[in-house]
Write a protein that binds this ligand. Structure first.
Ligand code: NAD
Length: 502
């Protein structure tokens, strides 16, 4: 039996893409499961003049794919109210307060308020100031602020934004969303590591050769060209999602699996990531931009020809890099990371490559010249699960070494029914659990790591390496590992090449 939560949600940016694609469906899933039932209400705000009825129609349409019954959809949508609101206009907050107080009394919401800022970050400061000055925050219940990425565009801007927010909300009232942290398999990293002695006891520089994190996308910038051209892959993916994954992989075991202790360990891990100087950044990080190509029988245009992208743009759509973590556990183990748009496939996975056996006793007998290294792969997307590659004997009269794979994938119907990342995160915020949100200390350290790479690239006038759309990035991304006598384990592009699709 799921415990009913009581709260008033105020969504800023209620007409936007995020609200319609993610927030309403996630709220509906929570409604269906009984986490929100009678004692909740949602105020949607944005500039447009919408009526409650029209807003409810939009909300109903946004949950269509979840196939609600007519009755369910109606009951759910009846909790939604719309308030036309320009966030820069103080008088509008008076209307908002009146509506909030009215709904609080009507639905018995006990003063619990969750403010969701699904808007561009340049409005965050003014919104939180007004929430406080116009007394929209309550004294009797909880007041929590959920914020979308990006949190700043550099350490400096993030610190400024943080200061504005912290003037009103304390750190434990702030929930900075990184939807990657809501994904089942990301949370499973800790289960795999700390629930299995065979892994955790090998989880260090004595047994691990290198770690690889790939978050690949198979689409271009679509209609987000304007936003993306100002951001690029480094800020859009590395600063948040990838560094969070690295922190979870690298952290020490927390004493207990609690929010505070996990967070402390993640922060320590991020603090141990070496901050490069500009030359080191150029040596250890590679950027790339996709160019037109024919892939899977389709013509894909170059990044610079995408709508709302500057035709002279030097924005990177791909990043690969090597991180060093300078502590006892990881010294000497490279963490290779890569992400990009228009790559061969959409996939997120982690490869933990174990060291080779100390000696290969099979080589002199010509059984096996080079023993494949054991690899633990954690699959995050599109399938979820993990596999371990081992070497065994090929069945039969002779003696040949044959690599085998122990492979577990969560069945697709379980994946389909498991909570969506946003659903999990909204429930966490309702329950006041910030484990899967990013703390300011993590955000700030991640910016420090990334800022110098940005600076190095901004000061570098060399042409940006390019890669044909549908491949796994520029040649430089492969050279980066080859320099260390390593290679990317995950090579989806080879499959497409072999099948004549690339
Ligand atoms: P969007 O442009 O679709 O929506 C923006 C919303 O803000 C609209 O409802 C608009 O009416 C409202 N708005 C703009 N100016 C306003 C003003 N002065 N007063 C009141 N309302 C105003 O944007 P989105 O894609 O929904 O993204 C919202 C935020 O979430 C952004 O910060 C974005 O970076 C972040 N985000 C979005 C996604 C996504 O999948 N769309 C994913 C991750 C993060």
């Amino acid at each position: 039996m799921n415990e009913e939560q009581t709260a008033l949600f105020t969504i800023f940016g209620a007409t936007g893409d995020l609200a319609q694609r993610k927030l309403y469906p996630s709220l509906f899933r929570l409604f269906r499961k009984g986490f929100i039932k009678e004692h909740f209400a949602v105020i949607g705000t944005a500039r447009r003049e919408w009526s409650d009825d029209y807003y409810r129609e939009i909300v109903t349409t946004s949950i269509n794919s979840l196939k609600p019954t007519e009755e369910e959809a109606k009951a759910f949508a009846s909790h939604f109210y719309y308030q036309s609101h320009d966030v820069t206009d103080t008088t509008h907050y008076t209307n908002l307060k009146n509506l909030a107080d009215k709904l609080d009394a009507e639905y018995n919401l006990e003063g619990n308020r969750l403010f969701y800022l699904a808007m561009a970050p340049n409005f965050f400061g003014t919104i939180v100031n007004h929430l406080s000055s116009e007394k929209i925050m309550t004294e009797n219940g909880f007041n929590r602020l959920v914020i979308e990425k990006p949190f700043g565009t550099s350490y400096e801007t993030a610190a400024e934004l943080n200061e504005q927010i912290r003037a009103v909300f304390s750190e434990d009232q702030i929930f900075r969303i990184d939807h990657y942290l809501g994904k089942e398999m990301i949370q499973n990293i800790s289960a795999v590591r700390f629930g299995n002695n065979i892994f955790e006891s090998l989880w260090n520089n004595r047994y691990i050769d290198n770690i690889q994190v790939t978050l690949a996308e198979d689409l271009g910038v679509e209609e987000r060209g304007g936003y993306y051209d100002k951001s690029g892959a480094l800020k859009d993916m590395i600063q948040n999602h990838i560094l969070q994954v690295v922190a979870l992989l690298a952290m020490e075991a927390p004493n207990n699996f609690t929010e505070k202790e996990i967070r402390e360990e993640k922060i320590k891990a991020l603090n141990a990531v070496k901050i490069y100087n500009e030359q080191e950044a150029l040596d250890n990080f590679v950027r790339g931009q996709y160019v037109a190509n024919r892939f899977k029988n389709e013509d894909i245009i170059s990044y610079v020809d995408e709508p709302n992208v500057n035709p002279e743009s030097r924005t990177e759509t791909f990043v690969a890099g090597k991180l060093e973590i300078n502590n006892f556990r990881w010294k000497g183990v490279p963490f290779y990371i890569r992400t990009g748009k228009q790559l061969s496939t959409k996939a997120a996975r982690i490869n933990i490559v174990f060291k080779a056996t100390p000696t290969n006793i099979f080589s002199q007998e010509d059984i096996c010249e080079k023993l494949p290294q054991n690899i633990l792969t954690i699959y995050i997307q599109p399938t979820e699960g993990f596999s371990l590659s081992l070497n065994g004997k090929e069945p039969g009269p002779g003696f040949e070494i044959d690599p085998v794979k122990l492979d577990f994938r969560t069945p697709t119907d379980v994946v389909a029914n498991s909570p969506e990342a946003y659903e999990k995160l909204i429930l966490d915020a309702l329950q006041g659990d910030a484990t899967n949100f990013t703390h300011w200390d993590e955000v700030s350290q991640s910016w420090r790591i990334v800022d110098v790479i940005r600076q190095a690239w901004d000061n570098d006038s060399q042409p940006i390496p390019t890669y044909p759309a549908g491949t796994m990035g520029p040649a430089e991304a492969f050279d980066l590992l080859a320099k260390d006598q390593h290679e990317w384990v995950y090579k989806p592009d080879e499959w497409y090449r072999e099948h004549g699709l690339l």
